[in-house]
Write a protein that binds this ligand. Structure first.
Ligand code: ZN
Length: 268
């Protein structure tokens, strides 16, 4: 494709990078990324991917903007309170970069529709904050063979890994099944330091751009964990688990559970 002058200038700092260049920027412009959750993680992810020029971005969240979101969900402004998060997010993304297409999914994403939704995308990003959603996204992506970024934050901590289904360990290879309900608090119960969401979300956005361009080495087969209190980062090498219930040698989960539990509650 031919870049026009506006694109050459807008993306000049990417084009200058040896690992991205014109060719990499073309791949970004052709890229399709689905962001699940327009909250603490989804906010920086959506801003950076729109700024980077990811050609088609999907964003899903059924929630409305609340005052308590604004401490960390930097894509939403005070004047957006009461608006659907997907609409508030799409507005900012288009304002940053009118060249990107944004598709909004403002209804519940659940076990019945998630596979159809993610099928249209090259890469999926989990920006949810509850285990039911994380396991649902993992399983749907494994079934669809869809690469994705897992991410989670709580208090001062962040955790992320990129999954290339079939090739690298999935979320269930490490965490077999969701912990009992209410045994692990969510951010709305235990709190989270605002910028921790930005730290983790920007890592996930970076992974998406690396995936689209082929630059660098993905965080696949490695679980990155950081503690912002001590600002220590570590990566743990993880292997595919032959006993994984979804991607192991003898999977026991072969379809998405169709029930109340699997409803993707994207509250953040
Ligand atoms: Zn697995």
């Amino acid at each position: 494709m031919e870049f026009n002058d506006e694109q050459l200038e807008r993306y000049s700092r990417h084009i200058l990078l040896k690992d991205i260049g014109i060719e990499g920027q073309e791949k970004i412009l052709d890229g399709r990324v689905m962001i699940i959750g327009a909250g603490g993680l989804g906010a920086p992810i959506a801003l950076y991917l729109a700024a980077a020029g990811v050609g088609h971005i999907g964003i899903a969240d059924f929630d409305k903007v609340e005052l308590s979101n604004l401490q960390r969900q930097v894509i939403h402004f005070t004047g957006d309170i009461g608006k659907r998060k997907v609409d508030s997010a799409a507005e900012k993304m288009k304002a940053i970069n009118p060249g990107v297409d944004v598709a909004v999914y403002g209804d519940y994403l659940n076990s019945r529709n998630i596979r159809d939704v993610i099928r249209d995308y090259d890469f999926v990003i989990d920006g949810t904050d509850n285990f039911a959603s994380k396991f649902l996204i993992n399983d749907a992506c494994v079934f669809e063979g869809k690469p994705f970024s897992h991410g989670g934050i709580l208090r001062f901590d962040g955790q992320t890994m990129t999954v290339l289904p079939g090739a690298t360990p999935c979320y269930r290879c490490i965490f077999n099944s969701p912990p009992p309900a209410n045994s692990v608090p969510t951010c709305s119960q235990a709190g989270v330091l605002g910028p921790v969401a930005g730290m983790l979300g920007t890592i996930q956005a970076t992974e998406a751009l690396k995936f689209l361009t082929g630059a660098g080495e993905l965080l696949a087969g490695r679980l990155l964990i950081f503690d912002a209190k001590t600002m220590r980062f570590r990566t743990a090498e993880v292997r595919k688990n032959p006993k994984c219930p979804v991607c192991g040698d003898h999977p026991t989960i072969t379809e998405l559970a169709d029930g109340e539990q699997a409803i993707c509650d994207l509250k953040h």
